[in-house]
Design a protein around this ligand. Sequence first.
Ligand code: SAH
Length: 390
Amino acid sequence: MTETPTPLPDPSTRPEPGQLTFRAPRRGKPPRHLADLSPAERKDLVESMGHRGFRARQLSAHYFERLVDDPEAMTDLPKAVRTELVRDLLPTLLTPVVRRQADDGRTMKYAWRLHDGAIVESVLMRYPNRVTICISSQAGCGMNCPFCATGQAGLTRNLSAAEIVEQVVWAARALRTGELAGGEDADREHPLRVSNVVFMGMGEALANYSAAIGAIRRLTDPAPDGLGLSARGITMSTVGLVPGIDKLTAEGIPVTLALSLHAPDDELRDELVPINTRWKVDEAIDAAHRYYRATGRRVSIEYALIRDINDQGWRADLLAEKLNRRGRGWVHVNPIPLNPTPGSKWTASRPGVEQNFVERLRAHGIPTTIRDTRGQDIDGACGQLAAATA
Ligand code: SAH
């Protein structure tokens, strides 16, 4: 793969200031794929194509267990059957266009071209005890947060469940073949596996709800129906779409919820996270707290620290007060030093200010950890994913 320059975002899809886009523009649908379907739907489809029902499970085992989509490798299937099943159920969804590495090979950013030319990115990160893939749920994003490069590019379209899952399958394959170098020698003795999946790439996954949930099911269903990942290793990150959070609560899947708050007061949050004009700070925090009560999963609050904008001590106090008002031990805060984005007037807080913010939260009894920033030099860090649509 060679590196190609990232084209600039198409100005026609860029949102006006303050504008929110919930409905993705209509484009040709991505081809149907096994990973869009539940195991029962796969069986029905395979039967309707005139094959034996158990072929669906065989095909699922190839895809989710062996990570294979090449018909030549499916020797347990009669040749004619393989060709047809692969053509109809395992079409190519992602074509790699750029692959860049950072952090001594422990971080890898991929840009993918989708069937209609839309581009999305994923970032694979290796840590001492885990491997995390940060995935995209939409091409672009309609939430228009002014400090986020993806938000500034506007929404191109929703991804299908299979387009979301394929990013994880590619990562799992890359780990199997040793593509993610670095790390300790001892790690190499164990085949690396994806342990964590975070919906923190491009897009607002709760605005693409059914595909996101379909993807979570495929990721967590035990093999051979799915990848068999632990729901606890999956993080759904949201700007605070309250009805979406409540729907997720009702699903009863114990994924981790992350709420991108960035300000504890409505006046500032209206500007930083425009969805706040629909659902206010207190409504978003209440929804996150309901999620905690229903699932027992501790919620993360994301807070990008922006110099002289949201990093004042009084805002740390107000945030802590609002969180503690709902109870203790239900939440932790993840401040993230702002990653610079092109054309933005904002920058990260000064280190002393950042430290003070963290200490004030801790003084109120709120567990707080600064989020490690990976891939900044390859525009692969939070808020920097902005590959545009060709
Ligand atoms: N739509 C989801 C996922 C977006 S990206 C959401 O908003 O939660 C994941 C996180 O990166 C979010 O918390 C987002 O607010 C944050 N982020 C966006 N731009 C950033 C930037 N420039 N620097 C640091 N974090 C950023």
